[in-house]
Design a protein around this ligand. Structure first.
Ligand code: FPP
Length: 256
């Protein structure tokens, strides 16, 4: 990690960001990008205009996270509940990954970013899947920051699936129920290869988790802002990181 930070300080694309300004950089940052619809309504625009503006903010924050040396950035892009939205809006949201990747995948490949998706991707339209499959394939050999999109993701669904698979292992005799540990459960989650988020950011003033990473956020530092996602800037992001940086995590214990 330190090596990575050092190498980024010498990276000409670092845009002069002083990573030393932050005492402690989180390894894994998760973001609930909320407020696109309200942002648009305030401007008398259709909701999809808010999503389009939100997509452009994703690019800026990915660059900012990469510059800081964050290892994993997980973005809540579409929840299992978002299907309840009007069809036009869902159709637009399902086009966003293609739009985003058509203009940005080249940069992600060059920046050594690994694109990943977590969620029930089988249920996504074929065109959305094609776009994300291509992005994952094109960045599969990269070993830099993981950009993890939660797409058709719901935490209760994820946990239910984990329990179901664990129950099958018990039934088939591969697992003794007496031996089930927290680590075993974590292994069945979609995040099994990542550490839990260190910091969760939610924009737009809503103070709730909305079925996002309920297991993984158990000890995560939470940072909420009233700013709508399309207005979220690199400075806001740095504010969240600074906030995290100054906090002391005790994981339920005490710190000397
Ligand atoms: C929540 O705002 C936002 C979403 C459901 C979609 C988030 C998607 C993006 C920010 C763009 C994603 C980009 C890529 C690359 C996939 P909301 O519509 O619930 O806002 P509201 O609460 O104000 O109505």
């Amino acid at each position: 990690m330190l090596e990575k930070l050092a190498s980024q300080q010498h990276n000409p694309s670092g845009d002069g960001v002083d990573v030393n300004a932050f005492e402690n950089i989180p390894r894994h940052v998760a973001i609930i990008m909320d407020g696109n619809g309200r942002w648009a309504r305030r401007r008398g625009l259709p909701r999809i205009a808010g999503h389009r503006a939100g997509m452009n903010v994703v690019k800026k924050i990915v660059r900012a996270a990469d510059r800081l040396g964050i290892e994993i950035l997980t973005l809540y892009a579409f929840s299992t509940e978002n299907w309840k939205r009007p069809k036009d809006e869902v159709d637009y949201l399902m086009r966003l990954p293609e739009q985003f990747l058509s203009s940005y995948l080249k940069e992600l490949v060059e920046k050594n970013v690994q694109v990943r998706v977590m969620g029930d991707i089988e249920r996504l339209p074929a065109h959305t899947r094609r776009a994300v499959d291509k992005a994952m394939a094109d960045t599969a050999a990269n070993d830099g920051m993981v950009l993890n999109f939660a797409l058709n993701y719901g935490s209760r669904h994820e946990i239910t699936e984990a329990v179901r698979r664990l129950a099958i292992d018990v039934r088939e005799g591969r697992k003794d129920p007496e031996d089930i540990t927290e680590k075993d459960i974590a292994k069945y989650l979609l995040t099994n290869v990542y550490p839990d988020p260190d910091l969760l950011i939610r924009t737009s003033g809503e103070i709730r988790l909305s079925n996002f990473m309920l297991w993984q956020l158990a000890y995560t530092e939470l940072w909420f802002t009233d700013v709508y996602w399309p207005d979220f800037t690199e400075d806001h992001f740095h504010e969240a990181i600074r906030h995290y940086s100054g906090r002391s995590r005790r994981y339920g214990g005490v710190k000397e």
